[in-house]
Design a protein around this ligand. Structure first.
Ligand code: AHR
Length: 492
């Protein structure tokens, strides 16, 4: 048992945690939308307007705050007008990025906004910059948000929606350094400036414009972009970071069969998120010292080799306790960086990459990652306060990571502390002094299991949170974190 001390100072408020840090990403990819979230009105699976009821319920339970759509790479070949009107008359297209399958556009703008309405979350649209036009994007915004008289608002009304929707989050392009057009940063910055000029605020709708930022460590992109935009053009830039156990895109590693070495290198990938954010913030601070342009990590998560026997273009993978630890480390990093990071979207929400939900016909399975979002949800809208841990480095010869990940927030007089122990073989006994807060009671929940433990169709409850014990006495919290565990402590 490792004994570690921690200190939380509730008087030292560092930043506000935007609920959107707990956001998600849904793309027309594999079984994320079709045969995932959306089964169609005629399905035998209980649904509301074609959207699975159990999924709506599961999203509501963890308070999904924002959902990004329709991509990803798909966004830069998506033409929104193909996805409105009578379903039988909607154009079919080839999803060239993801398996070359036929996209029948039966899930489009109206269906997406209905989903967000049912879940109670903010919609986040990725606009097509790579193969779309300025007019097309400008008209999409008008179609969605204007209450005036115009061909676009008439079209919306003809399609059954009288009142405009609200739209806050708008991504202008996706990975435009890659699948979104293979541009150079200076060129993209100009294209971006032009596109955003025509994304108007109708009525009291106010867009939060997100420019395509770097992928992984490509800080040259951040530099080139930040040099050429100001807050007048953008409210945020995005960052994409995927965690690959082997760091090799042609052999990423298996989702369920892995040894200790691969495990620790996966955790290191999550820890690396913090370096990436820090390096981007350094550059952003030079061009935007007032912190007006925010950072969104709008794609993150583990990316493994696709599950054997599944379509390689569908990016389907299982999810174990390893993924839970990655999620906890990542979310604690976002909480701690919430001064600049105002949104993060795990990739992807259902049946793709580090999904929180897997479906198999009628069955719906909550993955270990889902439960981490559940354990962390009370941070949403809280104040991120000073939280320090006298950490240990663990791992193997090649990869060392901090043994404990932590963050703390206060909301409505309640403190939420989230902790993870990444060690595979050693428990940690935490003794945490809490200052500036009248701590009189503590309740805890835990998610733990053997690192390969997962939920599947045979047993969807193998990994699930359980009540746990933590105690507070004289302003000191004491809690034991078993090896490979994620714990939430609520202090009142
Ligand atoms: O999430 C899968 C893909 O990863 C997205 O479509 C793309 O933006 C990224 O490269």
């Amino acid at each position: 048992m490792k004994k570690l001390s921690m200190l939380i100072n509730a008087r030292d408020i560092i930043s506000h945690i935007s609920p959107e840090i707990y956001g998600h990403f849904s793309e027309h990819l594999g079984r994320c939308i079709y045969n995932g979230i959306y089964v169609g009105e005629d399905s035998a699976i209980p649904n509301t307007d074609g959207i699975r009821n159990d999924i709506i319920e599961a999203f509501r339970e963890i308070k999904v705050p924002v959902l990004r759509w329709p991509g990803g790479c798909f966004a830069d070949e998506y033409h929104w007008k193909d996805g409105i009107g009578k379903k039988s008359e909607r154009k079919k297209m080839i999803n060239t990025n993801w398996g070359g399958v036929t996209e029948d556009n039966s899930f489009g703008t109206h269906e997406f906004f209905r989903l967000c309405e049912l879940v109670g979350c903010e919609p986040y649209l990725s606009g097509n910059v790579g193969s779309g036009t300025v007019r097309e994007l400008s008209e999409w915004i008008e179609y969605i948000t204007s209450d005036n008289v115009s061909p676009m608002t008439e079209l919306r009304k003809q399609n059954g929606r009288e009142k405009p929707w609200k739209l806050k989050y708008l991504g202008i392009g996706n990975e435009n350094w890659g699948c979104g057009g293979n541009m150079r940063p200076e060129f993209y910055a100009d294209v971006y400036r032009r596109f955003q000029s025509f994304c108007k605020n109708y009525g009291d709708n106010k867009l939060f414009r997100i420019a395509c930022g770097p992928g992984e460590g490509d800080i040259g992109w951040t530099e080139g972009l930040m040099k050429n935009i100001t807050h007048a053009h953008a409210d945020a830039i995005s960052l994409h970071h995927y965690t690959l156990p082997t760091k090799n895109w042609t052999k990423k590693g298996d989702a369920v069969k892995f040894g200790n070495e691969e495990y620790y290198s996966t955790i290191a990938g999550a820890v690396h998120t913090d370096d990436l954010i820090a390096r981007n913030i350094d550059i952003m601070n030079r061009y935007d010292p007032k912190n007006e342009i925010k950072l969104t990590v709008d794609e993150w998560g583990c990316w493994y080799d696709v599950m054997e026997g599944t379509n390689p273009g569908f990016l389907y993978q299982q999810n174990t306790m390893r993924d839970a630890v990655v999620a906890a480390y990542s979310l604690n990093i976002f909480n701690r960086r919430s001064d600049r990071v105002v949104m993060a979207n795990i990739a992807q929400v259902v049946n793709v990459l580090q999904a929180i939900i897997l479906t198999e016909g009628e069955a719906m399975i909550k993955t270990p990652t889902y439960h981490v979002f559940d354990l962390f949800k009370e941070h949403q809208g809280g104040e991120n306060v000073y939280c320090w841990c006298d950490n240990e480095k663990i791992g193997n010869e090649n990869e060392k990571v901090p043994m404990i990940s932590s963050s703390a927030s206060v909301k409505d007089g309640v403190m939420t502390i989230t902790l993870a122990n990444a060690s595979l073989d050693e428990d940690a006994e935490i003794s945490c002094d809490i200052c500036g807060f009248n701590a009189s009671s503590a309740q805890a929940k835990i998610l733990t299991g053997e690192v390969h433990a997962l939920n599947d169709i045979d047993n969807g409850d193998r990994v699930k949170p359980a009540e746990y014990s933590a105690s507070v006495s004289g302003g000191n919290l004491s809690v034991v974190l078993p090896a490979c565990s994620v714990v939430t402590v609520t202090v009142k």
